[in-house]
Ligand binder design. Structure first.
Ligand SMILES: [Zn+2]
Length: 146
């Protein structure tokens, strides 16, 4: 598989995943990118590649157009039912009318993606662990002295 080769490439979204968590909305990612002066086009390009390599999975979230309550997450648009009743306000959500204004796009890290995004996490653990060992060592020398 050529994903091995790809995994060496530095993805800016890796750091977004660390900050936003393993499941995030597109909107939040774009906001995050804006703060780092990253172009939305670059974000889109990278997302496309990560989805293609099955490291991220797209999901579609629908919300009540009246009160904003969460109505469901779906893996593709066809799965979204024609109608859904909001349990909070009782409004009936109609796909044909409400989809455009209430659809949110999100991404989840896949099992494969967790392995991919994890190396950095291990690097952090190693840094912290080594630091702890240094602290222990210096404590030991202090105690020996006493
Ligand atoms: Zn509602």
């Amino acid at each position: 598989m050529n994903s091995q080769k790809k995994s060496k490439k530095h993805y800016m979204i890796s750091s977004a995943v660390r900050e936003l968590g393993e499941s995030f909305r597109y909107e939040n990612l774009v906001y995050w990118a804006k703060l780092k002066n990253i172009d939305e086009e670059d974000v889109k390009k990278e997302l496309k590649e990560l989805v293609k390599n099955k490291l991220l999975k797209v999901f579609f979230e629908i919300r009540c157009s009246e009160c904003g309550a969460h109505l469901g997450d779906y893996e593709n648009l066809d799965e979204i039912p024609g109608e859904a009743t909001c349990l909070d306000c009782g409004r009936i959500w109609i796909k044909e009318e409400d989809l455009d204004k209430s659809l949110e796009i999100g991404f989840t890290v896949t099992e494969e993606g967790k392995k991919f995004f994890r190396p950095r996490f291990y690097t952090w653990c190693r840094i912290i662990f080594n630091r702890k060992r240094t602290v222990e060592k210096s404590l030991r020398t202090v105690f020996k002295r006493n």
